[in-house]
Design a protein around this ligand. Sequence first.
Ligand SMILES: Cc1cc2nc3c(=O)[nH]c(=O)nc-3n(C[C@H](O)[C@H](O)[C@H](O)COP(=O)(O)OP(=O)(O)OC[C@H]3O[C@@H](n4cnc5c(N)ncnc54)[C@H](O)[C@@H]3O)c2cc1C
Length: 504
Amino acid sequence: MIKNIVILGGGTAGWMAANILAKRWAKHLIQVTLVESSDIGIIGVGEGSTPQLKSFFDYMEIAEEEWMPACNATYKTGIRFSNWSSKPGFDSYFHPFPAQPDDYSAPAFFYNSFVRRKGIDVDAHPDKFFLATYLAENLLGPKPDHNFPFQLGYGYHFDSSLVGAFLKKHALKLGVHYLDAKITDVKLDANGNIGQLVTDQQQAINADFYIDCSGFSATLIQQALKTPFVSFGKNLFNDSAVVMPTPAAADIAPQTKATALSSGWMWSIPLTNRTGNGYVYSSNYLSADAAETEIRKQLDLLDSNVAVRHLKMRVGRVERHWVKNCLAVGLSQGFIEPLEATALHLVQETILGFAEAMEQGDFTEREQKNFNQSINQRFEAVRDYIVCHYRVNSRTDSQYWLDNANNNYLSDSLRELLQVWVGGGNLTQEIERQKIGSYYPSASWHCLLAGYGVFPTKEQLSPGNEIAHKYNISNIQDFIRRCALNFKPHREQLNDLVAKKQVM
Ligand SMILES: Cc1cc2nc3c(=O)[nH]c(=O)nc-3n(C[C@H](O)[C@H](O)[C@H](O)COP(=O)(O)OP(=O)(O)OC[C@H]3O[C@@H](n4cnc5c(N)ncnc54)[C@H](O)[C@@H]3O)c2cc1C
C-alpha cells in the first residue's frame, strides 16, 4: 500500500533507515526520500557499536574494506570497565563480545562464579575466561586466520560523520531521493495522521509514511503527534556529556574504555586517526565547567586549548515508536545513554522489526501494537543491564556513586536477577525464565556482576574442596592463548583492509 516514504533526518539513524528500506523494498517500487537540514546538522557522536552493526553492513553487502578505512574505523572485541568497583582485585574487568570458543571456557566461569557466591575462594574474575578479552589485551584483531574454525562476534569504532557521509552516498546509489531543507511545520490530516511536512521555503512534502529520524527534537513523533515520553531519569542519572578528541594512540586496542570518574564515566574510543573521548555525567551532581576540568585532567590536557563540545542527553523512550503513519528511529525514539553503545543496535532492530511487521501484517493495529511492545521490551531490557552497572557500584568517593548504589528504583526483572545472584541461585536459569537472554546473554550478566566483585568478602571465603576447584584455570588460559595464535595484530588487520581496498 505504501508507495512513498519520507525520512526526516540525515544522522546515522536516518541513513541506516534509508539504506535498509531502499534495499529491502527495491522490488516493490517504493520511493524513499530523505530530508535533512544541513543548517541543523547531526549530533556527531556515537562512535562505538555492538556486533549487530556487522550484520547491517553484511545485509547491505558492503565489505569492511569499502567502509572501514573510509570512516577511520577500528575493530572492537568488547569494553574495558575500570574504577566502577572498589572491591579489592575487581577494579577493572572486560565485557567481551561472544565468541564460539567461549563454549569451552564460559562454563568454568559460570561455575566458579557460582561457587564463589557460595563463599568458596575460587578464581571468578571474568578476565581469565574469554578469548575476546585476551585479544583486546594483546592488541590482536578479531578476524581469525582462515584455518581457525570458530566464529567471533565483534563490533566497530568509527567516525560517525564519515559513516553518515558513506551511507548517504550508498543510499543515493540505491535510488534514495535527497532534499536539504528545514521542516518548520507538520500538518496532520483529519484522522490525525501526518499529512505533509512544510519547509521554511513553504515547500510541501507529502508521503504515505514518515520516518522520524530528527534526533532529540523528535519533530514528528513528539512535537507533531504528541506521543508521550517515558523518562528513565529515575534510574539513569546522567543527562550531559562533554566530548574532546585526542591524537590516535600508537597502539590501537580493539576495545572501548569506560572509566568511572567522580560523577559519571568517560569513554575512550580508538579510531585510526584520533581517539574520541567523552565524559557522561549527571548535571545534578556536577557543573559543565567542573566536568570539563575533570576530563581535561584525566586526559592530561588541563592547559591545552583543544576545543570541547558540551551535549545534553534525554534518557528514556517514547511510549510508542510506531504511531499512525509515523515510525520513530534513533534519538527521536529514545536513548539509554552511551554505556555499552547500544543506540545503533536499537536503530537497526527498530527498522528491521518495522519492515517485518509491515510485510507480515500490513498496517493493522495488531501489528503496530506487537511491534511497539517488542521495541519497548528491548529498550527496557537494555536499560536494566545499564542500570545494573550503576546499582552494584561500590565507590564511596562521591554522592553520585552513593546515590546510585542506594537507588532502589529498579524494575522487577532487575531486582529478581540481583536477588538470584546474591542469593547464590542459578543466574542462567533466571535469565531463561525471564526470557531476556536475547538482549544480554548470561555471559554478559556474569561478567558484569563478577567483574564488580559482587561476592562475599575475602574474609568470608573458605578454601573449599576438590569439587569447588573442579576447573583448572591455567588449562583454560592455555586454551585461550592457543586460540589467539590464529589472530594477527589489530593494526595489521586494519592495514590489510587498506591494502585490499587499493587492489579493488
Ligand atoms: C554523548 C553521546 C554518546 C553516544 N555514544 C554512542 C555510541 O557509542 N554508540 C551508539 O550506538 N550510539 C551512541 N550515541 C547515540 C548516537 O549518537 C545516535 O544514536 C546516532 O548518532 C543517531 O542519531 P540520530 O540520527 O537519531 O540523530 P542526529 O544525528 O541528531 O540527526 C538528526 C537529523 O535530523 C535533522 N533534523 C532535525 N530537525 C530537523 C528539521 N526540523 N528539519 C530538517 N532536518 C531536521 C538534522 O539535521 C539531522 O540530520 C551517543 C549519543 C550521545 C548523546
